[in-house]
Write a new protein. Structure first.
Lengths: 190, 167
C-alpha cells in the first residue's frame, strides 16, 4: 500500500542524524512534528519551489555536510531547471527527496500537470543525477535509506505518497529565525 | 582584458570581487558579461556557480550564506525581473545581505533609453526598496565593495548596476 506522507517523514526522521534538511510547503508542515534536530532544519513556507536551489547552495558551501532537500512534486515543477543546475554541479553531498502525490496539496488538491505520466526519476536521471530511486512503500524505503545516506550524490529519491489527510498548522518558528539558527549551527559545527 | 578609465573591464570587476571577499559567483551568462565569465572560469579563487534561470540564483545564494560563504549574484536586468518572487520571498523577507551585480542592458549615457529592460530596472528596484549603485567604468568599480558592506549593514540585497559591456 502506498505510504502516507507522515509515514515517509517518520522513516526520514528515524534515520536522519546530522544532515541539514531544507524543506518546503506540505513537507515543511510535517517535518517539524517528527524532526529531532530542529537547529539543522530550514523549513520554508514562501519560497515557491526554491528549496532545491537553497539546498544546493548549502551543499556547495559545506561539502563536509550532507544536505537533504524535501521537495513537493508541485514545488519542484516550479523550479524544474534546478534539476539540471544540480546535475551540472554534481554535489556529492546532496540528497533530493521528492514527495509525489500528484497534486498541489496546500492549495486544495488540484492535479499537477502531467500527473500520472510524469516521472521525476527519469527527469533527474536524464539531467545527470548520479543516483535515482523510486519508493511507494514505507518498509521498502526504510530498508534502503541507510545505504542511500551513505552513498555519493547527487541523489534523487521519489516517494509516492498519499495526500495528507488534514490541514496542518504553520509552525510558530519563523523562517528568518530558522535561517539564523541553521547558519549559527553550521558555523558551530553542530 | 586590462583595466580601463573609460570602459568597464572584467579584470577590474574580478579583482574587486576578490578584494571584498566574495567566495562564489552565482550567475547566468548574458551578452554583456562574456569577458567576465572567461576570467571567472580561469580563476580558482572565485567559484563559479552556473544556473539555468535567474530565480534559482537567490535561492542558491541563500544556501551559500547559510553555509557561511559570501556569494555574489551576477545576472542581467531581464533576469532580475524573472527572479522577482525569489528576491521578495527570500532576499527581502529573510533579510539577506546579498550583493547583486546586474548587467544594465539598454543603459545609455545620453539618457535616451528605449529598451524596456532598462526603463523599468531602477523603478522596480526602488519599488522593492533595494538600494542600487551605477558602475560606469573601472573608475568607480570600488562601489561593488561598498555595496557589499551596505548589504551587510542593511541586512538587505543591494544592487550594483553594471552600465556597460565588459571589455
Amino acid at each position: 500500500m502506498t505510504m502516507t506522507a507522515r509515514e515517509a517523514h517518520d522513516v526520514l526522521a528515524t534515520h536522519r542524524t546530522d544532515e541539514v534538511v531544507v524543506t518546503e510547503m506540505t513537507a515543511a508542515l510535517l517535518w517539524p512534528f517528527v524532526s529531532k534536530r530542529q537547529e539543522l532544519d530550514l523549513c520554508l513556507f514562501d519560497c515557491m519551489g526554491k528549496a532545491s536551489s537553497i539546498g544546493l547552495g548549502i551543499a556547495l558551501a559545506r561539502p563536509d555536510r550532507t544536505v537533504m532537500v524535501f521537495d513537493g512534486d508541485g514545488s519542484l515543477l516550479m523550479n524544474l531547471g534546478s534539476l539540471v543546475t544540480i546535475a551540472g554541479l554534481a554535489p556529492a553531498n546532496l540528497i533530493h527527496v521528492v514527495f509525489e502525490n500528484g497534486q498541489y496539496e496546500v492549495t486544495g488538491g488540484q492535479p499537477i500537470p502531467a500527473a500520472g505520466t510524469l516521472s521525476f526519476v527519469k527527469l533527474a536521471a536524464g539531467a545527470g543525477y548520479r543516483q535515482t530511486f523510486d519508493f511507494s512503500e514505507a518498509e521498502e524505503f526504510a530498508a534502503a535509506l541507510p545505504a542511500i545516506l551513505d552513498s555519493t550524490g547527487p541523489t534523487l529519491v521519489c516517494l509516492k505518497v498519499q495526500s495528507t489527510e488534514r490541514t496542518l498548522p504553520i509552525p510558530e518558528r519563523l523562517t528568518a529565525q530558522a535561517v539564523s539558527e541553521v547558519t549559527a549551527a553550521l558555523a558551530r559545527g553542530d | 582584458m586590462g583595466t580601463s578609465d573609460h570602459g568597464l573591464s572584467a579584470r577590474a570587476v574580478v579583482e574587486e570581487l576578490k578584494r571584498c571577499g566574495i567566495s562564489h559567483v552565482v550567475w547566468l551568462p548574458d551578452s554583456e558579461s562574456k569577458h567576465l565569465y572567461e576570467l571567472l572560469n580561469d580563476d580558482d579563487s572565485l567559484k563559479l556557480v552556473p544556473i539555468c534561470r535567474e530565480g534559482e540564483a537567490i535561492g542558491v545564494a541563500l544556501g551559500l550564506l547559510v553555509g557561511g560563504r559570501t556569494p555574489a549574484v551576477v545576472i542581467q536586468n531581464t533576469g532580475l525581473f524573472e527572479s522577482g518572487d525569489s528576491l521578495r520571498g527570500l532576499g527581502l523577507n529573510l533579510n539577506l545581505p546579498l550583493l547583486m551585480l546586474i548587467s544594465y542592458r539598454g543603459w545609455r549615457a545620453d539618457g535616451a533609453i528605449t529598451d524596456s529592460a532598462a526603463i523599468y530596472l531602477e523603478p522596480v528596484l526602488k519599488g522593492w526598496g533595494i538600494t542600487s549603485h551605477l558602475v560606469k567604468s573601472d573608475a568607480n568599480v570600488h562601489l561593488i565593495g561598498g555595496a557589499l558592506r551596505e548589504a551587510g549593514v542593511q541586512r538587505r540585497p543591494v544592487a550594483v548596476l553594471m552600465a556597460q559591456e565588459y571589455v
